[in-house]
Write a protein that binds this ligand. Structure first.
Ligand SMILES: Nc1nc2c(ncn2[C@@H]2O[C@H](COP(=O)(O)OP(=O)(O)OP(=O)(O)O)[C@@H](O)[C@H]2O)c(=O)[nH]1
Ligand SMILES: [Mg+2]
Length: 260
């Protein structure tokens, strides 16, 4: 299971890590954690003002107790497991061990002072394990479709992965990410070729496009912070919509106190 970290997110571009002894290690992310703008559905790099206000006034209702389900799908050996392991364990294994069925990790965050968790579901890309894995697709708030930037066929299969994942989920209620892995293995010239196709696809399917490397760690943390930020924001907005003008979330300060 994952290490005991709570990632604290105040704004999209400034991140702080809180470990289990409640010591703050500040990580100032100088570069923007937003993806390539033209491929981004969610181009904003600030939280919605309604969300910020709700958090300041502790009106986030049940969001602090929520766990957002994230499913990670894509062809075999594109690097799904390595991506999750780089983020959750800061580890990288160069030997390929196929995921059999599914596996999952929990990651705790604190976003704008509110606890929030992601459940990261790592699924099998191998055909023979696909039917087991697909039974775990249901209830996803975020779908991450992974391809290898050095393998054009894996990008070609992205649409099918999306279709399968959407069979089990409400398309209007999920956030989509298209992620190119193993960027460290491609030259700038090779990469720019596949990038064009990836951006085009991302625009078409309304996904946010990211390219990263689990070997070097490039963009990995930024990517998961982005997922957490957007999932959190969507949850708060949904909660605000549900509650209308009613004041919600009286228990949230107590819950935050337990965590820290
Ligand atoms: N160079 C490099 N190799 C990578 C990277 N990510 C993964 N790999 C390698 O690619 C192979 C497959 O990685 P996995 O993460 O196991 O692939 P997967 O998508 O989980 O595969 P399945 O579980 O079969 O679906 C392994 O040998 C990894 O070491 C990366 O960013 N850079
Ligand atoms: Mg795997």
């Amino acid at each position: 299971m994952c290490q005991q970290y709570v990632y604290v997110i105040y704004v999209f571009s400034q991140l702080t890590i809180l470990n289990d002894h409640c010591n703050y290690a500040h990580v100032d992310v100088r570069h923007s954690p937003t993806p390539i703008k033209k491929a981004a559905v969610h181009t904003k790099d600030e939280f919605n003002s309604k969300v910020k206000t709700a958090c300041q006034e502790q009106r986030t209702g049940t969001v602090g107790f929520k766990i957002a389900k994230v499913i990670v799908v894509g062809d075999l050996a594109v690097g799904k497991t390595c991506l999750i392991n780089r983020f959750c364990k800061d580890a990288f294994d160069k030997n390929y061990k196929a995921t059999i069925g599914v596996d999952f990790e929990m990651e705790r965050f604190e976003v704008l002072g509110v606890p929030f968790s992601l459940q990261l579901w790592d699924t099998a890309g191998q055909e023979r394990f696909k039917c087991i894995a697909s039974t775990y697709y249901r209830g996803a708030q975020t779908i991450v479709i992974v391809f290898d930037v050095n393998d054009v066929a894996s990008l070609g299969h992205a649409r099918q992965w999306l279709e399968d994942a959407l069979k089990e989920n409400d398309p209007t209620n999920v956030q989509l990410f298209l992620v190119g892995t193993k960027k460290d293995l491609s030259s700038p010239a090779q990469y720019s070729q596949i990038e064009q196709d990836a951006i085009e696809l991302a625009e078409e399917i309304k996904a946010e496009y990211w390219a990263l490397s689990s070997l070097t760690g490039e963009n990995v943390r930024e990517f998961f912070f982005r997922i957490a930020s957007l999932a959190f924001e969507a949850n708060v907005l949904a909660e605000l919509e549900k509650s209308g003008s009613r004041h919600i979330g009286d228990v949230i300060s107590e819950y935050t106190a337990i965590h820290c």
